[in-house]
Design a protein around this ligand. Structure first.
Ligand SMILES: Nc1ncnc2c1ncn2[C@@H]1O[C@H](COP(=O)(O)OP(=O)(O)OP(=O)(O)O)[C@@H](O)[C@H]1O
Ligand SMILES: [Mg+2]
Length: 306
């Protein structure tokens, strides 16, 4: 555990393996083709307990394809995918979940009109009593939900309120707490902050950090280098299906990461284009000449603007 001796350890799941050992999840030269379309190629990625691995990249870079492999939705067509050091090939998301790999999708599978606690246990309801008279153990579900949310530092006024009335950030947070409760060791978040404003994004980032403190290995998919840099331990930037950059936090600055994301060359060309437009102050844009480039080069597709 990399929980830094903060107390409250009675809540750590027994099936959470000690950190410091090998990676929980690893991709080695992994790739995926959809028929003739090679969506992902030669990707290396490691996910360690108590670490946040950020996967960045522009639209179509292959981020979703990558997490679909890890979450059991698709199978890789090249390279290796290992869990706890052993090669695997999941047939269904259920198999991934059984190995402790949980995915929180952006369009959360919640029932908006049902209370928070009901959604927390959706599909895994607690029951009590012997078989013929078995019924929902509402008290225990409310209790557990309340405790789990508090343990993650999530404070809601009322667990009876329909989950649809929570903000986007709060809903993401509940989903994270839920995955933690049901024993996730690896938590995959597909662009959890994409549709959120600054404050709400901050809320989600806080719980990503909380999940890491609980010893989970987190894969955080995002377009946003600032969000990635706030919580990330390692950054992998995908571009056109391959790894363009893989760097530990200590090896890269936010500025360099941002430049990689934007693509130094593309940013320079965009700045040049915008300079022709009346009313756009390009002086406010970063000076791409001074950014630590080494960027993607000119290989990328043109901007396509006619
Ligand atoms: N089921 C599919 N069949 C064919 N091609 C696909 C399929 N899914 C993805 N692709 C292609 O694979 C490439 C990578 O797509 P992917 O969805 O992984 O990108 P992404 O990084 O998640 O993009 P975004 O930021 O837009 O979500 C794209 O060129 C896409 O068109
Ligand atoms: Mg995607």
């Amino acid at each position: 555990m990399t929980t830094n001796g903060t107390g409250t350890h009675d809540t750590v799941r027994p099936d959470t393996p000690p950190a410091g050992d090998g990676p929980l999840v690893e991709l080695r030269g992994a790739g995926k083709s959809y028929g003739n379309v090679r969506a992902l190629h030669g990707v290396d990625l490691t996910v360690h307990a108590g670490r946040v691995t950020c996967v960045l990249g522009d639209n179509g870079a292959g981020k979703s394809t990558l997490i679909k492999i890890v979450s059991g939705l698709h199978q890789h067509t090249e390279g290796d995918f290992l869990v706890d050091g052993a090669p695997v090939r999941f047939g269904t998301p259920r198999e991934a979940l059984d190995r402790g790999i949980a995915t929180v999708y952006q369009d959360l599978a919640t029932v908006p009109l049902m209370p928070v606690w009901r959604n927390f246990f959706l599909g895994s309801e607690l029951t009590r009593g012997p078989w013929p008279v078995r019924r929902l153990d509402i008290a225990r579900m409310k209790d557990t939900c309340d405790r789990e949310l508090r343990d993650m530092g999530i404070v809601l006024d009322d667990l009876e309120q329909p989950i649809g009335t929570l903000s986007g950030g709060q809903r993401q947070s509940v989903a994270i707490a839920r995955a933690v409760h049901f024993g996730a060791r690896v938590l995959i978040l597909d662009e959890p902050t994409a549709a959120l404003g600054v404050r709400q994004s901050g809320v989600v980032l806080k719980y990503i950090a909380a999940a890491r403190e609980r010893g989970l290995g987190v894969i955080f998919i995002t377009h946003n280098p600032h969000h990635a840099y706030m919580v990330g331990d390692h950054f992998t930037v995908l571009r056109l299906g391959t790894v363009e950059l893989s760097a530990a936090r200590s090896a890269i600055t936010l500025e360099a990461l941002t430049n990689h994301m934007a693509g130094g060359a593309e940013l320079a060309s965009l700045k040049h284009e915008l300079a022709q437009v009346r009313g756009v102050d390009v002086d406010e844009l970063p000076d791409t000449g001074t950014l630590d480039g080494g960027g993607p080069g000119e290989g990328g597709a043109g901007s396509g603007k006619g």
